[in-house]
Design a protein around this ligand. Structure first.
Ligand code: F6R
Length: 245
């Protein structure tokens, strides 16, 4: 594994969540007003729960950071419980006292998704860039909604979701036909511009793709393999996900 990647292997999902929340909290302690990047999906849920607990115990003040989410379905309304905007509000932001002005997430209701991509990228840059970007890892190696492709995506983009992702995300919807086919996502370049990246990976089903991402060739066919080129990456995995490392 390249030296720029720090790997923590935790015994189970609870320990992974605790470790990730601690790393995040320490970062916020040093840079409380910086911009932080967040992911949705099931993997970071435990980290968000632990973060809420730290807020409740008064250990750390998370209310001064600025949040940028990786992605949002398109089209989707922000009050749809399946939207990432709703997910972040209910799983983290409402519970850590983060005011709505400090929450940024691509607008799934924008009339012009391409203009929204441009505006979102500008907003990240105007904030001085992201201090720590949290990522999950897709079954097919995607990060954000950057799907396997012939080339790496650059800036925030309007993208089509792969069948694999639609299938995998159908667990959050009543039926597969309800999963939006498109999304707005920070691109690989936008993600790579973050000062630090922390990717969380849990479960045996991700063991093969985690190995490909960290030890395989750097290729847009495994978008997460781009992380091998970043200078400061933390991977927090549980034992099951680390089986092939
Ligand atoms: C979510 C996101 C996705 C997920 C990935 C893993 O904002 O960008 O890349 O991180 O699909 O999802 P889970 O954690 O549900 O396995």
């Amino acid at each position: 594994m390249t030296r720029n990647i720090t790997l923590y292997i935790e015994k189970d999902y609870a320990a992974l969540s605790q470790k990730a929340a601690m790393i995040f909290a320490q970062n916020v302690k040093f840079a409380p007003t910086a911009a932080y990047g967040f992911a949705t999906g099931s993997t970071p849920e435990g980290m968000y729960e632990k973060t809420v607990q730290m807020h409740e115990s008064g250990e750390i003040d998370f209310s001064k950071l600025t949040a940028f989410n990786l992605d949002e379905y398109y089209p989707i309304s922000g009050d749809n419980p399946k939207s990432y905007k709703y997910f972040m509000a209910t799983k983290l932001f409402d519970s850590i006292g983060l005011s709505p002005e400090r929450r940024n997430i691509p607008d799934g209701e924008s009339k012009d998704p391409k203009a929204e991509c441009f505006a979102y990228e500008e907003k990240i840059n105007a904030c001085g860039g992201i201090e720590l970007q949290v990522l999950g890892l897709g079954n097919n190696g995607h990060i954000g909604f950057n799907e396997p492709a012939d080339i790496f995506t650059g800036a925030t983009s309007y993208v089509q979701l792969s069948e694999n992702t639609i299938q995998s995300n159908s667990r959050f919807f009543d039926k597969p036909g309800d999963v939006p086919r498109h999304a707005i996502t920070m691109g690989i370049h936008s993600i790579m511009m973050a000062k630090r990246i922390m990717m969380l990976v849990s479960g045996e089903a991700k063991a093969g793709i985690l190995r490909d991402a960290l030890l395989g060739p750097i290729t847009p066919l495994v978008p997460a393999s781009a992380l091998q080129l970043h200078r400061d990456v933390i991977v927090v995995a549980d034992k099951a996900a680390a089986t092939h490392l």
